[in-house]
Design a binder for this molecule. Sequence first.
Ligand SMILES: Nc1nc2c(ncn2[C@@H]2O[C@H](COP(=O)(O)OP(=O)(O)OP(=O)(O)O)[C@@H](O)[C@H]2O)c(=O)[nH]1
Ligand SMILES: [Mg+2]
Length: 373
Amino acid sequence: MASHISDANEAIQASGESTFEKAKKKAQEQIDHLFNVSLDIAVTGETGAGKSSFINAFRGEENAATGVRETTTEPTPYQHPKLPNVKLWDLPGIGSPNFKAKTYVKKMDFKKYDFFLIISATRFKENDLMLAEEIQKAKKKFYFIRSKIDIDIRAEEEKKTFNREETLSEIREDCQRNLKDLGNPPVFLISSRNLSEFDFEELVSTLTSELPEHKQFALLQSAPVTSVAMLEEKVVMFKKVIWAAAILSGGIAAVPVPGLSFACDTAMVMSFFTRCYHTFSLDDRSLEKLSERVNKPELKSLKKAPLLKELAEASVLRMGGSAVGEFLCSLVPVAGNVAAGVISFSMTRGLLENGLSVLADEGRKVLREAGLE
Ligand SMILES: Nc1nc2c(ncn2[C@@H]2O[C@H](COP(=O)(O)OP(=O)(O)OP(=O)(O)O)[C@@H](O)[C@H]2O)c(=O)[nH]1
Ligand SMILES: [Mg+2]
């Protein structure tokens, strides 16, 4: 009992709250945010600017038709393949003949989006500025994306005087000149052919820092793993909520019952790991896509860490059976007590930390093999 009390104290301390009840409430809130928060990203810009291509690249799926003439006049939502609560909305450009600015705002229902991405493949034009002003009036944030940078770079590369950094600065400055009236907002240079290049990560960092905390979880989880730096951001995010997952995993949530099967507490732990697994793009489908993208077939057959195998199987079986429970036990720092069925807060936390670190290492290995360090 004494150790149970000190264990509860440890949980309270980890939460930064004053009582166990408050700690548990905050833990529930954090985990709800991690698992359930929705995010609605509006993507707009002229026909052909690259909206659909960006949406596809962000989601890692090719559902939005690209290179076709404008076909829809309604906002079209594209769900994130792993996070159903995250949607990217393809908004037809304001400049198309079917739309006029005033009706546009109304028709597009600006209220429902968390922020807007305004895309242009050239300079930002009057329509883009008009749109930004309307977004501002609706008290929403907007971010400018200059797309198809790979095409600009390729064209410049052929010149003798080519200097990559200079070319990029020129594009940026050229875009910014047209946005002066809006108070010089930043312009993010992006190639949807390869989000690992140019300013995509900068864009994600900026969005993350400007979103409310609970929305940050959704954005960071849904953002594609474009480099080790991006992976590390995700790892940090999960680390921050380990204490909450540990509290909710049981253990000390109730007075521990000797003999209670450890499997009873695995649901939260498993869904935490499964989240990390998908967010780090370690699932077979993501590995396959990555291997195609970087043209390295060997990525598909990387030898997997045992935890990863367990997760791959568990995600097929939904919630794994006792094999998963046993496997999780092997991750518990002091496995001895597990036999007695008493899983303490600090043990659960240790287990979550170990599992996260296994998955993070796996992610780093994949990125190294893919040449995306
Ligand atoms: N090289 C390169 N091509 C791109 C990029 N983004 C888009 N494209 C190409 O540009 C064309 C138009 O892109 P879309 O994504 O269809 O443009 P959109 O804004 O959705 O166009 P609408 O649906 O007509 O409004 C397509 O042929 C894309 O393949 C990019 O970053 N790099
Ligand atoms: Mg499109």
